[in-house]
Write a protein that binds this ligand. Structure first.
Ligand code: SF4
Length: 368
């Protein structure tokens, strides 16, 4: 898959329905974030917390963001947990330290609140692999199918969906449909194929993928398994089936984290975005977590897991370049200036909210 191209912020005026206020400085619009210097003499973490309190803002961070953001957030979680938090927050402002579709989900669930995304360039290659117009055509070609979309989609794509899923609840939601109900699953072909394999369903799959999870190297995973034969292999279901076939556990980031903490094993080969290692290491400091490298990484023999932080940064880790666009400085400036704001037009929001609420209802019923 080619390297993702960052869309120029001006293009977002058509692609994403951000509100571009005429009073916003041209340079901010050009960059897609508030590009003002942060005063040198401040404790930026303390200032962010002070601003959040002053403005009644809640800071949500995904497990794939930089550890410094996770440490400062009010809540850290995977896509399902972040949506559940957004749905019940009483804060007036939601700051999404994650990618744009996560901000959209917050706005869809909380239309009366201001939702901030500290850098509007933080999109998602998986969401972008499923343009709403093309997906709509696909759906219209299969009128008897119910449509299941992964949460990693734009609001406009969700508007063509019957129920949204995350990797935490995809299996259960697919199984909630009668066995003879034809289903479409989009946009992740790897997750869709995995769910087909464990449920025995034959869902029609959209041909999309995440550039991070597609890149994990089967060969390098095999080499690491040989080097650490006692290690458990934890794999996210967005990975290719050849990688998933080597897993001891396949699950969402939240499920992999839970397993890593509870397992008797002490060493883990982690095959998902390396940001999750921050929380894994925090919750199980006595254990060793080794990020499995992508195809184009350095050689696994250069790994050094003996030094303090090497546990989290050996090899060339798979980092989501979109998630890593969110920094403490951008978060500070976003809270201070309350920009960039995420918006979703009402005609799309009113359609996209139904499949998201359906997901939240089914998840609550199943105790997920
Ligand atoms: S890791 Fe992949 S699916 Fe997750 S936000 Fe980044 S590009 Fe999207």
């Amino acid at each position: 898959m080619p390297a993702p191209v960052l869309v120029h912020p001006r293009a977002y005026q058509d692609f994403f329905p951000f509100k571009f206020n005429m009073n916003i400085p041209e340079t901010w619009v050009e960059k897609g974030y508030v590009c003002e210097p942060v005063p040198e003499n401040i404790d930026i973490a303390a200032e962010i917390r002070r601003l959040a309190k002053e403005k009644n803002a809640v800071i949500l961070a995904h497990y794939y963001t930089d550890g410094k953001l996770q440490d400062i957030a009010d809540f850290v979680g995977d896509s399902l947990a972040l949506a559940q938090q957004a749905a019940k927050t009483e804060a007036e402002i939601i700051v999404m330290c994650g990618v744009h579709f996560m901000g959209e989900t917050c706005k869809i669930l909380c239309p009366g609140k201001k939702v901030l995304c500290p850098d509007i360039n933080a999109t998602c290659s998986l969401a972008e692999s499923c343009p709403a117009d093309d997906f709509a055509t696909f759906v219209q070609q299969h009128p008897y199918h119910k449509v299941i979309s992964y949460v990693n989609t734009t609001a406009a794509t969700k508007a063509w969906t019957d129920v949204v899923v995350t990797s935490s609840n995809a299996r259960q939601i697919v199984e909630s449909f009668p066995e003879n109900q034809p289903l479409i699953f989009g946009p992740d072909r790897n997750l869709g194929a995995y769910i087909n394999s464990i449920t025995g369903r034959d869902m029609l799959l959209w041909d999309g993928a995440c550039h991070v999870h597609e890149r994990f190297s089967t060969q390098k995973l095999l080499a690491l398994k040989e080097k650490y034969p006692e290690a458990e292999v934890l794999v996210h279901p967005e990975c290719k089936s050849t990688v998933a076939a080597l897993a001891d556990v396949i699950g969402s980031t939240a499920a992999l984290l839970k397993h890593a903490v509870a397992s008797k094993a002490t060493t883990f080969l982690v095959v998902t975005e390396s940001g999750i290692l921050h929380k894994m290491q925090q919750m199980a400091p006595e254990k060793t977590f080794i990020p499995v490298p992508p195809d184009d990484s350095i050689d696994t023999n250069t790994c050094d897991i003996d030094s303090q932080h090497a546990k989290m940064k050996c090899c060339a880790c798979n980092e989501c370049n979109y998630m890593r666009l969110i920094t403490l400085e951008k978060l500070y400036n976003s809270l201070l200036h309350e920009w960039p704001v995420v918006d979703v037009p009402e005609d799309i929001r009113s359609k996209a909210i139904r499949p998201i609420q359906r997901m939240l209802e089914i998840s609550a019923r199943l105790g997920l």
